[in-house]
Design a protein around this ligand. Structure first.
Ligand code: ADP
Length: 235
């Protein structure tokens, strides 16, 4: 479980990103983290992964403090950032070198996902397009089978067949003890992938709710806060 209590964070004091933000995320769910550009989605993922530190308040994952970056914590989390930088290696070599950091990494699954996403296994990352690199990283992240997986704007730059393949691969790699957060500013891309929606706005969580019908129906039915929701459904 991820427990965030009274989290306050800023890069410059005049511009607070979060102010006393509270959030609890439970295992067995795929959360969609929505917010406009600049709302703080990436920052929140970094705070959860221990790459940024709270100014006040706490973030804990199963009782561990992310900022301490302990081995027991790192082997069970994976973050695919929006901007990806990869070494001059083929996906195969990359898996060979880095797969070992993740005890549940599955090489056959990695190859299968690369195939489904149409990524070459023998070409070096440096010769790949941005979209190909992102897909390769996502394939690795899914095959790492960590209990926590965070994907920042995962469908950015993906064509429609890749988005469909990604959706299927994400569902196929999900297991009961896993928690996934997908951040996006385009809610349509999350259709049939997520079971809960979190909306970030004005330094706080304005909605944290399960979605038991399709997203379109959910957004249309959420008449209490139509203005907030419509900004994310018009893409
Ligand atoms: P989102 O992912 O929702 O687009 P971000 O978390 O990237 O939002 O950014 C939230 C705000 O923090 C934005 O106003 C952004 O300009 C600012 N910001 C992000 N990273 C930094 C940084 N390293 N230094 C200063 N300001 C930053």
């Amino acid at each position: 479980m991820i427990t965030i209590k009274d989290l306050t964070f800023w890069y410059s004091k005049q511009n607070k990103i979060f102010e006393k933000l509270n959030l609890e995320l439970e295992a067995g769910h795929i959360y969609g983290l929505l917010g406009k550009n600049g709302a703080g989605k990436t920052t929140l993922l970094k705070l959860i992964c221990g790459l940024s530190f709270p100014k006040s308040g706490t973030v804990a994952m199963d009782g561990l403090i992310p900022a301490r970056r302990e081995t027991g914590f790192l082997k069970d989390i994976f973050l695919v950032p929006e901007e990806i930088s990869l070494p001059s290696l083929t996906p195969e070599k990359f898996a060979d070198l880095y797969g070992g950091f993740y005890p549940a990494f599955d090489l056959a699954q990695f190859r299968e996902i690369l195939g489904k996403l149409e990524v070459e296994t023998v070409q070096k990352f440096t010769g790949m397009s941005h979209g190909q690199k992102r897909k390769a990283m996502i394939a690795f992240a899914l095959a790492a089978n960590t209990r926590y997986l965070f994907l920042d704007e995962p469908t950015n730059g993906m064509d429609i067949p890749s988005k469909a393949a990604f959706r299927r691969m994400l569902a196929a790699s999900f297991f009961e003890e896993k928690t996934i957060i997908l951040s996006t500013h385009m809610v349509r891309d999350l259709e049939s992938m997520i079971d809960s929606v979190i909306i970030l706005e004005n330094h706080r969580i304005i909605l944290n709710q399960s979605v038991d019908q399709n997203l379109e129906t959910f957004f249309n039915a959420s008449i209490n806060i139509p203005d907030k929701l419509s900004s994310y459904s018009e893409h």
